[in-house]
Ligand binder design. Structure first.
Ligand code: SF4
Length: 157
């Protein structure tokens, strides 16, 4: 900390946005769109099966171990809804994409961008792991090569 540091602009702490309420609203709307078209429901009402699944999803989201830093549920690596319910949930989210785009375009585009962001972050993470593994492999090979060369030069003597 120098003398002039008090006059310099202070760095703002990184803000973590809480996107959970938006995601919940998106999921509720998606379930509505899906249930209305597949189970002939209307308005705010959903069929019992969709209601049960939606209730499970909402409860699990409320208790999400990631907290507000959670990824979007349809891109989660350790989905917590159980195998069959996760499958059903992902089917609903995927199959209603076009209808959601027609009914709620802004929300759908935002959700799609968030999914792409998660995919990109995952891709980058994998790439970094692969790069590290390659660098380790290369270093091991070079070490073995230099060891061989020193052994050969010792044997010549
Ligand atoms: S599926 Fe993943 S992101 Fe969604 S609530 Fe469960 S643990 Fe959290």
């Amino acid at each position: 900390m120098g003398l002039f540091s008090r006059f310099l602009p202070k760095r703002k702490p990184v803000e973590i946005k809480n996107n959970v309420p938006k995601e919940k609203a998106n999921i509720k709307k998606t379930f509505g769109v899906y249930c209305h078209s597949h189970h002939n429901t209307s308005g705010d009402k959903l069929c019992p099966k969709c209601t049960a699944l939606l209730a499970t999803v909402m409860t699990k989201m409320h208790r999400c171990p990631y907290g507000i830093t959670k990824p979007i549920c349809d891109r989660c690596d350790i989905p917590c809804f159980g195998t069959s319910q996760t499958k059903e949930f992902r089917t609903i989210m995927k199959s209603t994409l076009k209808r959601m785009f027609l009914k709620h375009p802004v929300m759908t585009v935002k959700h799609k961008l968030a999914s792409m962001g998660v995919d990109y972050a995952k891709h980058e993470q994998e790439r970094k792991v692969q790069d590290k593994a390659k660098a380790r492999e290369k270093a091991a090979k070079e070490k073995a090569k230099t060891k061989d060369e020193t052994d050969k030069s010792k044997n010549k003597k």
